[in-house]
Design a protein around this ligand. Sequence first.
Ligand code: A3P
Length: 293
Amino acid sequence: MMSIVKIPDAGGDNITFLEVDGHLYPNAPVDYPVEVAVKGMRDLPIREDDVFVCAYPKCGTHWVWEMVRLLLSGDTETVINKERFMLELTGNDVLEKFPSPRILNTHCLVEQLPRGVFEKKCKIIYILRNPKDMAVSFFHHHKKLTKCYEYHGKWENYFPFLLDGKVDYGSFFTYMKEWAAIGTTHPDLPTLTLVYEDLKEDPLSGIRKLAKFLNAEKSEEFYLQVKELTSFNKMKESKGKFFEEPDGSAIMYRKGEVGDWKNYFTVAQNEIFDRRYKEHMADCEINFRYTLQ
Ligand code: A3P
């Protein structure tokens, strides 16, 4: 079953999504019929050297994608639009034309990944970000991508809506729990977990870890170049235009900071969030850093 659905936030403002088999996806204005891509995802032909960048939306997918691309290609320039291709929003007739090694982004749950990922034991990079900053980032994403979501609501009404997981890709509590268990559910899958806050604090360490994981080790000088090319300002300058909205804001490169949530969460919202977090994540310990000292 596939349909366009409009779901009201707590103030009655609707957000538009695409619903396929009970899961919500962005109703993205892409050339490819998204429902075909979503339905074909499990059986997508996978190559052994495909690398997967997996994250809940707004956790740094574009950032890490670019690091991986530079490391695998040995390139010293950023490219503009390739990361546009989320696995679940792109069909095989597009993906099969990509040269190897392909770097495939997805926001899907582990069990939604193509079967070939598990059969071929593809490398997986999983990115975590503290969910308070993710929430603020997702709010802006939903509001700014008006063609996709047609949403004009307010933060106070969006906040409870997001906590209930009524958004594309579902509840981030479910997502984090499922992915946190990957070492147990799929111990034979090569997985590297990167944390947004750690990458902000010390990008070079993250880049070295990535290079080792990808068997793409290079010189320290090259790592420094990767760090420079993937800095927030550099990426915004070189790639922001591709995702620009009519008001000139580059939505995929908004602030790129740790702790912006403090400019949005009220004291009461913060308490509600912490309570809900504890309820959902009681059996899943993840020590997020909500600020950097
Ligand atoms: P903010 O909205 O908090 O600024 P994704 O790529 O998964 O959609 O994640 C988007 C978030 O990552 C946005 O967060 C964006 O600004 C941030 N981001 C993108 N590129 C970045 C970079 N080079 N360094 C740090 N953060 C970056």
